[in-house]
Design a protein around this ligand. Structure first.
Ligand SMILES: N[C@@H](CCC(=O)N[C@@H](CS)C(=O)NCC(=O)O)C(=O)O
Length: 210
């Protein structure tokens, strides 16, 4: 049985827990959700630290096997239960990895920084900082917009873990109310990815917030 340790309330889609919950629904195997209450510091309890020494969520336990780090969890789940998401040739594996690495190392930090900033007390808010994050989001969106020209999906026109990971974080445009007529290819691709039945199931179960 798979157990997935996530935050107490629903996780944002564009978060480390959201991308795993989406994939758990894609693989369509039974799994148990264990909600870890961060406000009560349950993630720092002795018991939880035995599973994940970082004291962070997510953690996945598959029978006796324990794994943490959202991207590693998603590779593990894909390799074991949904290989097609990882492509079929060395070249496809490489380009899928490239887009996942690009999303989490280049793009995601600007998304996360916007949410972190929103939680600051009013006295510490800095509109210029938020503007800089948004400018970076637009910079990477320009790159992605060109890549998606005449393409349905990022790699070999098949839905892959690259589309899943990137679209989860690029859904920041819905939160920022970006005028997506500026990025028609991204708009079309987001629409395809974010309307997958697996994601609707995660939403209905209140596991993922858009
Ligand atoms: N790189 C980790 C990040 C994990 C992470 O930062 N999790 C957050 C929740 S989304 C957390 O547990 N925060 C609590 C803390 O840092 O104390 C991953 O992708 O799994």
């Amino acid at each position: 049985m798979i157990k997935f340790y996530t935050i107490g309330s629903g996780g944002r889609l564009m978060s480390c827990v959201g991308i795993c919950l989406w994939l758990l629904e894609e693989i369509n195997k039974p799994y148990e959700v264990v909600r870890v209450d961060l406000d009560k510091m349950e993630h720092k309890s002795e018991e939880y630290l035995k599973l994940n020494p970082n004291g962070k969520v997510p953690t996945l336990v598959d029978n006796d096997f324990v794994i943490w780090e959202s991207i590693a969890i998603n590779y593990y789940l894909s390799r074991k239960y949904y290989k097609e998401l990882l492509g079929t040739s060395i070249e496809e594996h490489g380009i899928i990895d490239q887009w996942i690495a690009w999303t989490v190392s280049e793009f995601e930090p600007h998304v996360v920084n916007i949410f972190k900033h929103a939680m600051l007390p009013p006295s510490q808010k800095n509109p210029a900082y938020v503007e800089m994050c948004k400018m970076n989001i637009m910079k990477y969106s320009n790159i992605l917009e060109k890549i998606l020209n005449n393409k349905t999906y990022l790699v070999s026109n098949k839905f892959s873990l690259a589309d899943m990971t990137a679209s989860a974080f690029f859904s920041i445009h819905n939160v920022l109310h970006t005028d997506l007529s500026l990025f028609p290819n991204i708009g079309r691709w987001l629409n395809l990815c974010l309307n997958r039945p697996a994601l609707s199931r995660a939403k209905q179960k209140n596991l993922v917030i858009f």
